[in-house]
Design a protein around this ligand. Structure first.
Ligand SMILES: Cc1cc2nc3c(=O)[nH]c(=O)nc-3n(C[C@H](O)[C@H](O)[C@H](O)COP(=O)(O)OP(=O)(O)OC[C@H]3O[C@@H](n4cnc5c(N)ncnc54)[C@H](O)[C@@H]3O)c2cc1C
Length: 222
């Protein structure tokens, strides 16, 4: 299996950093090929704009999706985007490792999606959802929260985490054709002691060792 792990946390020594390292080491030790996009270390630019492209079809009026279609036809994506899109096309499994920020992706990772999930190359026309460009590939969110688990069921203090993640699962990953695996969630790692955190890292490694056998989620339409 070819695995791409996208990591979006500004601190390598964070618990997210430990989860990222766990995934890289575990999948590598199991004989899988592993590629990474460590966005902060790479100093990935998450801001979308004219610099996404080598040349512009219409320099007078910037319309991102039309320029993406043009770049798809002319091999015209900027080098940083081309490298990331190539990794997407290469992988069989993609994992996003991130802390939940404001009930969503950190801006760094959201910006990566804004730029890398380009029309034409990664979706478009009839090539959406079940007919998506990345049909047959699988993706998994691996995230941490600040809030405890009891704050995240439906009707609780913060509300249903499945519903919070749905725009990512459905609107990003499934939209471009990925099958979505159940998210790996560590609630409030800062509230846990060292032994509990170590145990959760071991549990994550155990899951990753069998991830090829997992059945994707039915995120559904509602
Ligand atoms: C802008 C912003 C928005 C936010 N929005 C939300 C929100 O909407 N909802 C919400 O719930 N939370 C929110 N938070 C909180 C955030 O989600 C949590 O702070 C984050 O998920 C915790 O993960 P971390 O990796 O940063 O933890 P850290 O604080 O880095 O790690 C927790 C502990 O784990 C330890 N650790 C690191 N490596 C290991 C290891 N190998 N073994 C054992 N222990 C280790 C660390 O030393 C630390 O003591 C927000 C935070 C920010 C900054």
């Amino acid at each position: 299996m070819k695995a791409l792990i996208v990591f979006a946390h500004p601190e390598q020594k964070s618990f997210n950093g430990a989860m990222f390292e766990t995934a890289v080491e575990t999948l590598g030790a199991a004989g899988h090929e592993v590629a990474t996009s460590d966005l902060y270390t790479m100093q990935f630019n998450p801001v979308s704009g004219r610099h996404n492209f080598l040349t512009l079809k219409n320099p007078d009026y910037f319309k991102q999706q039309l320029e993406e279609l043009h770049a798809t036809e002319t091999y015209g994506f900027a080098d940083d985007l081309e490298r990331e899109i190539t990794k997407l096309e290469w992988c069989d499994l993609m994992i996003w490792q991130f802390p939940l920020w404001w009930f969503g992706l950190p801006g760094m990772l959201k910006g990566w999606v804004d730029r890398v999930f380009a029309m034409g190359r990664t979706y478009g026309g009839e090539r959406l959802y079940a007919n998506g460009v990345f049909k047959g590939k699988r993706a998994m969110l691996s995230l941490t929260t600040g809030g405890p688990q009891q704050a995240y069921p439906k009707g609780a203090f913060n509300g249903d985490l499945d519903a919070i993640l749905r725009p990512i699962h459905r609107g990003m990953l499934q939209f471009v054709g990925f099958d979505v695996l159940a998210p790996q969630i560590v609630y409030g790692p800062v509230r846990l002691d060292e032994a509990q955190r170590t145990e959760l890292l071991s549990a994550y490694a155990a899951r990753l060792n069998k991830i090829a056998e997992e059945t994707p989620l039915d995120v559904g339409i509602y």
